[in-house]
Write a protein that binds this ligand. Structure first.
Ligand code: SF4
Length: 259
């Protein structure tokens, strides 16, 4: 397995398929993964294979590294489009997530006021008030919805909490009142002898109905880009992604596609 881990708190800037020139923030351990999902396509690897005993970075460490990086970027004239929280797992699981967001907003305003702040999240922590409130302080909350079928969510995302269901997810995403981006990974292939395609007619029509309920201001669809820990997964084709995007656009959604 040659999936990747980020070995620092601040990484990049990198040119992101979805976000432009992105400076990454990894609030998770540098030598392992920490996530409330265990997605079979995760670029960081499967949880069992990426166990860590390293502590999470502190709020102070995150602020110091981010400020040092922004100062260096300013000195060399590199301007980030976005500061993106992602990394080796689920950023909102960090117990000081809300404070770190406050620090990041302050530093962004001081050094690169035009840069956006984005959080890529699996949405498992959005019921926690401090997380919800912090997510409302950033420019882009990019929240995951990979399937409308609980069986597929179990297969693709393997959430740790038994109370994480499709119904729970949609009800809680609706609380953002449309002020969010939905991200969906579409893929083909198989796992343990069963199809993993979340592009059946049942799934796509259900997904469009879910969008109509959630009313996101933007939708990002994408597919496998790098090596996945489960080898039998396959990229969705450009034609498949374009067809899904077209259907969502016909319903009035603003959809971006990363191939
Ligand atoms: S939610 Fe993200 S970090 Fe967590 S397992 Fe899935 S892809 Fe990996």
């Amino acid at each position: 397995m040659s999936t990747i881990l980020f070995d620092k708190i601040v990484f990049g800037p990198v040119k992101s398929r979805r976000l432009g020139v992105s400076l990454g923030m990894n609030l998770l351990p540098p030598d392992g993964k920490f996530c409330s999902f265990d997605c079979i396509y995760c670029e960081c690897g499967l949880n069992d294979e990426r166990k860590t005993t390293t502590r999470l970075p502190t709020r102070e460490e995150a602020k110091k590294q981010l400020e040092e990086t922004l100062l260096a970027m300013q000195a060399e004239g590199t301007v980030p489009d976005v500061i993106t929280f992602a990394g080796n797992g689920e950023p909102t699981m960090h117990p000081q997530f809300a404070g770190i967001i406050d620090d990041t907003v302050e530093l962004r305003n001081n050094y690169f006021p035009k840069a956006k702040i984005a959080v890529l999240s699996n949405a498992t922590m959005i019921k926690r008030k401090s997380v919800f409130d912090a997510l409302l302080k950033v420019d882009d909350r990019i929240l995951k919805l990979d399937s409308v079928l609980d069986s597929r969510i179990q297969q693709l995302n393997a959430p740790y909490s038994p109370s994480f269901t499709y119904e729970w997810l949609v009800e809680n995403l609706k609380i953002f009142e449309g002020n969010l981006t939905i991200q969906t990974m579409f893929l083909n292939g198989e796992h343990k002898g069963e199809s993993v395609s979340n592009m059946t007619e049942e799934e796509i029509s259900g997904w469009i109905n879910a969008l109509k309920e959630i009313k996101p201001r933007q939708v990002m669809i994408y597919t496998v880009e790098r090596e996945t820990p489960v080898k039998e997964l396959k990229k969705a084709t450009k034609e498949e992604l374009d067809a899904i995007a077209d259907r969502a656009r016909k319903e009035g959604f603003d959809v971006s596609v990363s191939y």
